[in-house]
Structures are given as structure tokens and as C-alpha cells.
Ligand binder design. Structure first.
Ligand SMILES: Nc1ncnc2c1ncn2[C@@H]1O[C@H](COP(=O)(O)OP(=O)(O)O)[C@@H](O)[C@H]1O
Ligand SMILES: N[C@@H](CC(=O)OP(=O)(O)O)C(=O)O
Length: 420
């Protein structure tokens, strides 16, 4: 069994869906399961629908939803220019279900409502893809990931129950006929509420299915030639990394190389399943292979995060930053769902760098103020260089003010303010 994952960019229009079918036809060998994300920017658009719905603005929610619906209808129309016409009836049933949901006034928490609405993007995209594959003669079995991936009820960040999930996935795979087409990013609680696994979580879903099915490999099809030594959106002269160890891959993803979701690597490493990152624009190219190899990177890789805030906490009573203070601080960050990108302490101050998320940071600062005097500096960049040298540090610091630097043997992290 091999697992393919197609993200939103790969299926953003009818040509993307046709290209997916071509890749399946020309590249796949043997049993295949494909994980598909919501088309294009649908998840962002459904987040806006959720916001309006939760703020009790039904007209606004409905109008935003209609834009999403029309986008998918246009793709289906374009894919219907052939005989036989793909059987899209399940998509229209999903539209109606969501429209009924939007008509009620949901009294669940915001995060719960978010998952019920946003997950629909993946349901629709997979229904379209499965119908299209079947219409071209590629037998496709649509599998509902909500019946397969069991999570707890941490809405928007569901934690996987691996025993139940593996049992359900294995049972489904035994009886499926043809290529299995399923949704990335979504799961279900024991009491039947849909959950999502965290933004960009479809890569992780591919790893979950691969783990449970003891797959031979996972291939994630992207709009880049593979894993590069920097994001080409930021850097002009990038280099393709043809081979990576699981360790280098997990470190790069952890520090923020968004080409792979950071949770993807562990399930694959645990079962020694190779991960390929390949280009859906040049599917004949080999891309990057991530596996249990001895190939250590010999060039530096760069990871940029913008919109960072450096927060420094100083205990009011001049007490040391020791275990009791630290556990209180980490508790506050965990409650607020804020991930720490970098931390450093002195005797009486503790500094962290985090994404400056306006939904989370102001409330977190209010809470921390009860125990600590706070200073902060926003509008910063966090630059991580793996396998750094002084030349690379100097290069990224041109025209930047350096506020904090942290070095380990292989990795340097620099918190800088742009002076330009
Ligand atoms: N080191 C890197 N190598 C390649 N791409 C990277 C890297 N870091 C960030 N990216 C970005 O990741 C993007 C692909 O990931 P993503 O947009 O999440 O794909 P999808 O949503 O299709 O799964 C690329 O367009 C690129 O801008
Ligand atoms: N659709 C979800 C899940 C995902 O992983 O999407 P993509 O594969 O397009 O990054 C999101 O946008 O967060």
C-alpha cells in the first residue's frame, strides 16, 4: 500500500483535479490510498463562515458560504464537459447538510462549531475527486475519515486515539474496492462530533493512514520540487534537498519549514515508512526522499517566521526563575494554546518568542500580568539556520537589529528587527 496526499494548491481548480487523476494513473503502482485537502483557500473561507455564524450573523454566514459553494460548482461544471459526466450528487447533499446546519443557531463552543463547518471543505473536495476519478474509469472508493480517525474532543487540535483509529482504518481497507479516497485534516470524537487536527494537518492524516496500514511509502505532492533549503517565497537561490534523514526533516518542520506538517514525521519514523515530497507540477521528478538514511545535510537550511513577539516575564518579588515559576508559566501558555518558538532565561527573567496571534496573545498577557511584570517587543522575525556558519548568520542579519541569539551545535536561532 502507498499513500498519496494532495494539498489545497494541487486541487485548486478543475485542471488540478485532472492533474491529480493523471498522477494517479501514471505514477502509482499497486494499492493506493489518497488523502485530499480542501480545494484552494476553502479552509480560510470556511473560517470566515464560522466566524459570522458564531457571531449570530446568519445573513453574512450564508453569503460567505454561497461564495464557497459557487467556487465548487464552477469546478464541477468544468469537470462535467465529458462523457460520462461525473456523479456529483453526494456533493450537493453535503451542500444541503451544511446549509441546514447554518440555519440553526449552534450553541456549542466556538471551536466545536469551527470543526463542524470547516471540515466540510475536505468532504466536498474528496467527493468531487472520487466522482471525477470514477468517471474517468479509475475505480475510487470514497472513505469517510470521520468514521476512521478517532480523536478526543480537543476541537481544532484533536488528539488521535491510535488503537481505535488503526482498527477502523484496517477494517475499512480490507473491504474497499479500488483506490481509497479520503479526507485530510479531520476526525471524530467518540460521541460523533467532527474534529480537525490543526491547520495544515492533512500531511499528518497521510502519516496516520500510512502508520495504521503499514504502508510502504507516503508521497506528499506539493507546488515545489521537494524540500528546499529555504522557502522559495522568501529566498531566491534555493537548493533541492534530495535526501533527508527523519531527524533533519522533523527538526526543519519543527522550526517552521511549512512544506511538511511537523506531526507527520513521527508515525512514519516509528514504522520506517519512507516519505517523498514531490512536485505535482513535475510529477516525473523524484523530489525529496526522507527515510532512515545516513545522509547528513552538508548545506545550511533557513527558516523564517515573521510577526513574532518577544515577551519577557519578571517575577514581581525578584524570585529566581526556577521550577515553580517555570511550571506556572508553561501552564499559562498551555491553557492559552500558544506554542513557544524559542525560550531563554536569566536569574530573574524568562523570555519567550511566539507567533503574535491577536486571538490569543492579549488574553495570555493579561493572565501572566497577575504574576509577572511584562515587557515585550513585537514586529519581529525569527530566523532559524540549521547547519549554520558565521557567513550565513552575517548574511541574514544584513539591515537587521539582533535582539536575541541562541546557538546549539547544529542550529542557530536569531530574533531580529528589520531596520529597512
Ligand atoms: N524548506 C521548504 N522547501 C520547500 N517549500 C517550502 C519550504 N518551506 C516552506 N515552503 C513552502 O511550502 C509550500 C508548500 O506547502 P503547503 O502550501 O502547505 O502545501 P499544501 O497546502 O499543498 O499541502 C511551498 O509553496 C513553499 O512556499
Ligand atoms: N485544509 C486544511 C488542511 C490542510 O492540510 O490543507 P493543505 O494540505 O492545503 O495545507 C488547511 O488548510 O489547514
Amino acid at each position: 500500500m502507498n499513500v498519496y496526499k494532495f494539498g489545497g494548491a494541487s486541487v485548486k481548480n478543475a485542471d488540478g483535479v485532472r492533474n491529480l487523476a493523471k498522477i494517479v494513473q501514471t505514477q502509482a503502482n499497486g494499492d493506493l490510498l489518497i488523502v485530499v485537502s480542501a480545494m484552494g483557500k476553502t479552509t480560510n473561507a470556511l473560517e470566515e463562515v464560522t466566524r459570522a455564524c458564531h457571531q449570530q450573523q446568519p445573513a453574512e454566514a450564508y453569503s460567505r458560504w454561497q461564495t464557497v459553494r459557487q467556487y465548487h460548482e464552477a469546478i464541477m461544471n468544468e469537470l462535467s464537459d465529458q462523457s460520462p459526466v461525473p456523479a456529483f450528487a453526494p456533493v450537493f447533499a453535503t451542500f444541503s447538510q451544511l446549509e441546514r446546519y447554518l440555519q440553526q443557531t449552534p450553541d456549542e463552543s466556538y471551536d466545536c462549531v469551527y470543526d463542524q463547518i470547516v471540515s466540510v471543505g475536505e468532504i466536498i473536495s474528496t467527493q468531487i475527486v472520487a466522482a471525477y476519478l470514477n468517471s474517468t474509469g479509475i475505480r475510487a472508493h470514497w472513505a469517510d475519515a470521520r468514521q476512521l480517525v478517532r480523536t478526543d474532543n480537543t476541537f481544532r487540535e484533536g488528539k488521535v486515539d491510535w488503537d481505535v483509529t488503526c482498527r477502523q482504518i484496517q477494517q475499512m481497507a480490507q473491504s474497499a474496492d479500488g483506490i481509497i479516497v479520503t479526507q485530510g485534516f479531520i476526525g471524530q470524537t467518540p460521541d460523533g462530533y467532527t474534529t480537525t487536527l490543526g491547520r495544515e494537518g492533512s500531511d499528518y492524516t497521510a502519516a496516520i493512514f500510512a502508520f495504521c496500514l503499514n504502508a510502504d511509502s507516503v508521497t506528499i505532492w506539493k507546488d515545489v520540487p521537494g524540500v528546499l533549503n529555504a522557502d522559495p517565497k522568501w529566498f531566491d537561490e534555493t537548493v533541492l534537498l534530495e535526501r533527508l534523514t527523519y531527524q533533519d526533516a522533523i527538526e526543519l518542520a519543527y522550526y517552521g519549514a511549512t512544506v511538511i506538517h511537523p506531526k507527520t514525521i513521527k508515525p512514519l519514523q516509528n514504522k520506517d515508512i519512507a516519505l517523498y515530497v514531490r512536485s505535482f507540477l513535475q510529477p516525473q521528478q523524484p523530489g525529496t526522499e526522507i527515510c532512515n538514511n545516513e545522509h547528513h545535510l552538508d548545506i545550511p537550511s533557513f527558516i523564517f517566521k515573521i510577526n513574532q513577539i518577544l515577551i519577557s516575564l519578571h517575577p514581581y518579588d525578584f524570585s529566581f526563575i526556577a521550577e515553580d515559576n517555570l511550571s506556572r508559566i508553561f501552564g499559562r501558555f498551555a491553557e492559552a494554546g500558544v506554542k513557544i518558538n524559542l525560550m531563554q532565561n536569566t536569574a530573574i527573567s524568562f523570555s519567550v518568542v511566539v507567533d503574535n496571534n491577536p486571538d490569543k496573545i492579549p488574553a495570555l498577557l493579561e493572565r501572566l500580568k497577575q504574576d509577572f511584570r511584562i515587557t515585550y517587543n513585537d514586529g519581529l522575525e525569527l530566523i532559524t539556520i540549521r547547519y549554520y556558519n558565521q557567513r550565513t548568520i552575517d548574511r541574514v542579519c544584513i539591515n537587521k537589529k539582533l535582539l536575541l541569539e541562541q546557538k546549539s551545535r547544529y542550529t542557530v536561532q536569531l530574533v531580529v528587527k528589520d531596520l529597512g
